[in-house]
Design a protein around this ligand. Structure first.
Ligand code: CMP
Length: 145
């Protein structure tokens, strides 16, 4: 079944130069890229995106982390896209993520796990709406300065 999922390279993934390797893995797997944007999200969007985690003790730290620099937001499409993306990304905690997965190969710590993928088709629809919906402003960056 064709579906779409939302994937975001987090600020440390962007600053470490991992957008390319992450995109490569999705393309090699067979996903099609449906949308991509580099943007610096504000606290309101970060808090909305992680609304389910508001009560967690690490929520403030998570919002600080996500707003600390540009992120790369993407929509990837394909068969069972949500589950396939989660398999490719690996477990939330990089300590438990198998080698061969993105987190297993590129991350060490749960607070800096470099990439986010939607956990269900309903989350994917919500997150795609947040980042690529009508109200999301387009952004561009001057990276020369
Ligand atoms: P993500 O897949 O983006 O979904 C929720 C995020 O919360 C998760 O990745 C982690 O970055 C973060 N997270 C989950 N557990 C912890 C934790 N114990 N400490 C800090 N961050 C966490």
């Amino acid at each position: 079944r064709q579906e779409q999922t939302f994937v975001m390279v987090k600020p440390d993934g962007v600053s470490r130069g991992l957008i390319g390797p992450i995109i490569t893995r999705f393309e090699q797997k067979g996903f099609k890229l449906a949308a991509i944007e580099l943007l610096h999200i504000d606290r309101a969007l970060a808090e909305q995106h992680y609304g389910d985690l508001k009560a967690k003790p690490f929520f403030g730290e998570l919002v600080d982390y996500l707003t600390s620099g540009p992120v790369c937001a993407m929509i990837w499409q394909g068969e069972h896209a949500v589950e396939n993306a989660r398999a490719l990304i690996g477990k939330t905690n990089p300590v438990e993520a198998s080698p061969g997965t993105i987190r297993g190969d590129f991350a060490m710590d749960i607070a800096g796990n470099i990439v986010h993928g939607s956990d269900s088709p309903a989350s994917a629809a919500r997150e795609i709406g947040l980042f690529f919906g009508r109200h999301a402003a387009p952004h561009s960056f001057d990276l020369l300065g």
